[in-house]
Design a binder for this molecule. Structure first.
Ligand SMILES: [Zn+2]
Length: 113
């Protein structure tokens, strides 16, 4: 990316939003003693986001980004255990009733996806 730096990605963006939420939370807490905690956590998360944006270790940052986004992505597959050999068969979701062909033992079974 630009100047070999990682730049703003989803993880950094979400970190910034979370830190802003924590800062707002800290500002509405009247007792200073309790406001410190969300403020410090927010500052740490913000520092982490800035570190990621300015980081030149883009491979590592992209790995973190992928780990983070894949956690929230819905799994487009449904898994069924083959009734014969217990192998997990992966089929796309939302196809209705389909005949599943086990890739290992060749058994066929019908399931709703
Ligand atoms: Zn099987």
């Amino acid at each position: 990316m630009k100047n070999g730096r990682n730049g703003l990605d989803t993880l950094s963006f979400v970190s910034i939003v979370v830190s802003i939420v924590l800062f707002v939370l800290a500002s509405v807490i009247e007792t200073e003693y309790y406001a410190i905690l969300p403020f410090v956590i927010g500052a740490l998360i913000l520092a982490y986001a800035i570190f990621r944006i300015l980081s030149t270790n883009t491979a590592r940052r992209q790995y973190e980004e992928e780990r983070f986004t894949s956690f929230f992505k819905r799994d487009p597959y449904k898994r069924f255990k083959c009734p014969k050999c217990k192998t997990l068969c992966r089929v796309p979701k939302g196809r209705g009733k389909i005949k599943i062909h086990c890739p290992k033992c060749g058994a066929e079974f019908i399931k709703r996806t």
